[in-house]
Write a protein that binds this ligand. Structure first.
Ligand code: EPZ
Length: 429
């Protein structure tokens, strides 16, 4: 397994290109199942999760081709054609690699009236149930059984029925599955308490480009008028707000100054507010945003993760890394997932002072972290360890960085280009 080696201490300076959003791309890719025309997605980041979703869609019979965008190596274009769906089963060995595979459930049910998807199961950060997805689809007329670890769904009437869906609590994937299913349902669906994440809006906007009728995009109430068919479209994926936030913290934690090219400031307002409160200077540039922490005091801030537009849970581990060497204390409360503090023991190995009490962590800033061998446990925790390694004294070796490669493209290249002493140690075995 590859590792990453970092020798910390260099304030980062330079520019970093922000790629297309992973969590948008995964939903947009599954939307190709809704039409027999070609869907063309541009500004795609080349990530392990994208490769996994590509394998799953090919298993369903989708023909997919990937091309590098000629103008820059940071973005790619994906052409997806689901005119022949040959298999409506999403098998365990594919689904277990990536929970977002559940996003084929809604579109396959709407297009083929039958689907068998392995229950995604939990992951390192939590049990991650999909009960809200299933209940909403049953409301729309689906017959759903769960047997042998599989969701077996069908539509006895031959077409899903537009319905009133009220989510008891916000679910990104649940909103996305119902958005896609409702686009081809008979009649009108209203989703109340819908997720408002930019990635959900990106999916809705792409569906509209494909001919769907959706009103209320960006609000917590979505109105979808089902249509008989959807068409192909060309769609550019929004920049990844979590990649943006992660590299913003790379600038902050090293007291550097980085321009994030392609970043969309309007999608990171809650992160920006917290970073400014901690002492970082953030400004708009013609190409994106500038994050400057050169010679600035970084102080502890308190945050609680919340659904969008609140502080994103996917930025919690990264902010904690910044707080380990901030002046004073900070408190981070994780409200979305039950086990999303696995970066804490690894940060403690590097000399951080962190106490976890239930869903809250108290961090007391220390002068310095010390480099150490550490273990990545999940995608965003691995981002947190890279950030800590950038300022730790000495050498940090991060093991199991396959977690990192799921959601960040060419991290070591992007950081090295800004002066970081970082390289990948390829696994020779
Ligand atoms: C999406 O996961 C993201 N993944 C996650 O990003 C992100 O952390 C999460 O939204 C929250 O923003 C993708 O978009 C591929 P949820 P999702 O359904 O859709 C509970 C990353 O690092 N819940 O909004 O699975 C659930 O257990 C990943 O990029 C139910 O109880 O998240 C969780 O506590 C990690 N029943 C909460 O809701 C359900 O049926 C939020 O889950 C569905 C969810």
């Amino acid at each position: 397994m590859d590792k990453i080696r970092i020798v910390g201490g260099t304030p980062l300076r330079g520019v970093i290109n922000i790629g297309g959003a992973k969590n948008s791309a995964l939903a947009l890719m599954s939307a190709c199942l809704l039409t027999d025309d070609i869907l063309l997605l541009s500004n795609l980041s080349y990530l392990v999760d994208i490769v996994t979703m590509t394998s799953l869609l090919k298993h369903h019979g989708v023909s997919i081709s990937l091309s590098n965008n000629n103008t820059s190596l940071t973005s790619h274009t994906l052409e997806l054609n689901a005119n022949k769906i040959t298999n409506t089963t999403a098998p365990y060995d594919l689904v277990r690699k990536m929970r977002a595979s559940i996003l084929v459930l809604g579109p396959l049910l709407a297009r083929c009236n039958q689907v068998k998807v392995s229950l995604p199961g939990g992951c390192a950060i939590g049990t991650r149930p999909v009960n809200l997805h299933l209940k909403a689809l049953e409301t729309m007329g689906a017959k759903i059984d769960v047997q042998g670890g599989y969701i077996i769904a069908s539509v006895p009437s031959g077409r899903l029925i537009g319905s009133e869906i009220i989510f008891p609590h916000i679910t990104v994937g649940g909103t996305e599955n119902i958005l896609m299913a409702a686009s081809l349902a008979d009649g009108k669906t209203i989703i109340t308490n819908a997720a408002r994440e930019p990635e959900v809006c990106d999916l809705a906007n792409c569906l509209v480009a494909m001919g769907a009728k959706i009103v209320g995009i960006g609000t917590s109430t979505l109105h979808i008028e089902g249509v008989d068919r959807l068409y192909g479209a060309q769609y550019s994926i929004i920049p990844d707000r979590i990649e943006t936030g992660t590299y913003a913290i790379a600038a902050a934690i090293t007291r550097g100054n980085i321009e994030l090219i392609g970043a969309r400031r309007d999608t990171i307002q809650s992160v920006e507010k917290v970073l400014i409160e901690s002492g970082v200077e953030i400004s708009e540039t013609p190409l994106g945003i500038r994050v400057n922490a050169y010679d600035r005091r970084i102080v502890g801030v308190d945050i609680m993760t919340e659904p969008y537009p609140g502080f994103p849970t996917d930025m919690q581990a990264q902010l904690m890394a910044l707080m380990t060497t901030a002046e004073g204390a900070s408190m981070i409360t994780e409200t979305l997932f039950e086990n999303r503090f696995m970066h804490v023991p690894e940060l403690l190995r590097m000399g951080a002072k962190i106490n976890v009490h239930g869903s809250s962590a108290i961090i007391r800033g220390v002068q310095k972290l010390s480099g150490a061998p550490v273990m990545a446990t999940d995608l965003r925790a691995s981002g947190s360890l890279v950030l800590a390694g950038l300022i730790a004294d000495g050498e940090t070796i991060i093991n199991r960085i396959y977690h990192l490669d799921r959601g960040y493209e060419r991290v070591e290249e992007k950081l090295a280009a800004c002066g970081a002493n970082i390289n990948r140690i390829k696994d020779s075995s």
